[in-house]
Design a protein around this ligand. Structure first.
Ligand code: URP
Ligand code: ZN
Ligand code: ZN
Ligand code: ZN
Length: 509
């Protein structure tokens, strides 16, 4: 019988091996993988010319069409990307599935979690070029809302919930964290934790304010690495005390990596994510003149030194990190509610970081940056690259092996790279990107490869030779998720750590 697409002469890179071969695709799924399938008939043949073919990127952390608030401010900021532009950007950078956040608002206690999720479905349905899923963000874990947790997987296909230890309007107390993560565990849901110490940040913010230090660089000074280290340590303790696996999101500092590694060394199920900005950028960008530093404001902030970057790369190499996500959180600089509103309205010569919405774009650049600065430079093996940008994310968030793998039966979500000889190193500019943001914090970086074709369920949705997104808006589907694959090892964890609890009571699930 005839196949839809045949990819020939590929160097197939998966989370566990790399081998030369061909791939046959039928009905949107991978049908066969073999050393030579050239005798098969297919409607469409793509010659990879010996280049790497890797699973489509899975981005575990994106803010799409989300109302956001910078620390302390009451302004509602709307991100620059909705599902149309965010997903278009996603496929052009080799990411075939992204997980966005459905955010509960503290000031809307009347909204059920079902209302919140319904709202994001309304935003996404029919608009996406890429497949997508949702995490829930919980900011007000009342007993009524926690009582909805049992519905999250069966009714909504949502198996992860993000909670914040910082931001006045988002933060949970430790007491609320314990209630939320233990309820999550009972229902097979993985908690994701934004760990920064709110009191350190509030104290520093006030001191900086008294000194009139309100430029973008002072945003970073208001939240020193120790604020992240302390909260990371506390999150690990809270996880241990109720015996719940957690994922620490957007880890920015080697001191946090050490604390996570120590917990993992005890056998605790602590997972961790970092982002390209923390691996590649320092806080030098925050010190640019003319308020350009505002473009680099994110939380946690960019850290000072090369040692910070190296410490995070070590965490990628030694297995401390589970995944690299983008934390795509775009705000335009020409939007009246975007990045520069603050300098105009602040009446301060250097602007006022308290009014700058936190976050930078990155859904399109994540996979190419990790390929360039990981694989091309020899810092990551192709296998480790695939684990960090695709497979582990699909596993942790319950989409594997449909997503994140190249095996027969999996969705034919693939990135076909350029053969080394065919790609001329290119300076990254914002003009090349497909998001709706008017800058990239990675401007000028030297790219050594880029996804030549992105395939989503067998369809070519990005063709770099043509220079265009060839997919259709609305082709992207909602992905209903199951519990974490890693949770399957949970019984083992309970056995391992039981010793430490001889004289103490702990909850059972
Ligand atoms: O600065 C950031 N990362 N803004 C997005 C919100 C968050 O905490 O992920
Ligand atoms: Zn409502
Ligand atoms: Zn966060
Ligand atoms: Zn985020």
């Amino acid at each position: 019988s005839e196949f839809d697409t045949l990819i020939i002469n590929a160097k197939i890179g998966t989370a566990s091996e790399c081998f030369p071969g061909d791939i046959a695709i039928k009905n949107g799924k991978i049908y066969a993988i073999a050393p030579d399938l050239k005798a098969l008939k297919a409607k469409n043949v793509i010659d990879a010319e010996g280049a790497y073919v890797t699973p489509g990127g899975v981005d575990g952390h994106t803010h799409i069409d989300q109302e956001s608030t910078p620390g302390g401010s009451d302004y509602p900021y709307r991100g620059a990307d909705g599902f149309e532009t965010g997903s278009r950007s996603s496929v052009a950078g080799g990411t075939t599935t992204f997980i966005a956040f459905a955010m509960q608002h503290k000031h809307r206690p009347d909204h059920s979690l079902s209302d919140v999720i319904g709202h994001y479905h309304d935003c996404a349905t029919g608009n996406s070029y890429a497949d997508y899923a949702f995490h829930l963000i919980i900011t007000d874990p009342t007993p009524e809302r926690l009582a909805e947790f049992p519905t999250l997987i069966p009714k909504f296909g949502i198996s992860s919930v993000k909670l914040y230890m910082t931001y006045d309007r988002l933060k949970l107390s430790d007491y609320e964290v314990l209630h939320t993560i233990s309820t999550a565990r009972k229902n097979g849901i993985t908690p994701m934790i934004h760990a920064e110490n709110i009191d350190i940040i509030s104290f520093f913010s006030e001191e900086l304010e008294k000194l009139d230090l309100l430029d973008p660089y002072s945003h970073a000074r208001s939240r020193p690495a120790l604020a992240e280290h302390e909260a990371t340590n506390r999150a690990i303790t809270l996880s241990e005390v109720v015996n719940v696996p957690i994922l620490l999101v957007h880890v920015s500092s080697p001191g946090s990596v050490q604390r996570i590694r120590k917990g993992q060394g005890k056998g605790l199920p602590i997972y961790a994510e970092t982002c390209p900005q923390y691996l590649l950028l320092t806080d030098a960008g925050l010190q640019k003149p003319n308020y350009e530093g505002a473009n680099c404001v994110c939380s946690p902030p960019l850290r000072p030194s090369k040692e910070d970057l190296d410490g995070l790369w070590n965490g990628l190499r030694n297995g401390t990190f589970t995944m690299v996500s983008s934390d795509h959180c775009p705000f335009r600089t020409d939007d009246p509610l975007g990045k520069p509103v603050s300098i105009k309205d602040s009446g301060k010569p250097g602007g006022d970081w308290r009014l700058i919405p936190n976050g930078i774009p990155g859904i399109e650049t994540r996979v190419p940056l990790m390929f360039t600065f990981g694989v091309c430079t020899g810092r990551l093996s192709i296998e480790r690259f695939v684990q960090l940008t695709s497979t582990n994310t699909a596993k942790l968030y319950g989409m594997y092996p449909k997503k994140g793998s190249i095996i027969p039966g999996a969705d034919a979500d693939l990135v076909i790279w350029y053969p080394e000889s065919k790609y001329k190193s290119t300076k990254l500019t914002n003009d090349m990107l497909h998001h709706n943001c008017d800058y990239t914090a990675f401007e000028g970086m030297e790219m050594l490869n880029w996804p030549r074709y992105t395939l989503l369920r067998g369809q070519t949705v990005w063709d770099a030779d043509k220079g265009e997104v060839t997919g259709k808006k609305g082709y992207g589907q909602y992905i209903s998720r199951e519990s974490s694959w890693y949770a399957k090892n949970q019984v083992l964890f309970d056995d391992i750590t039981q010793d430490a609890w001889k004289n103490e009571w702990r909850p059972s699930y």
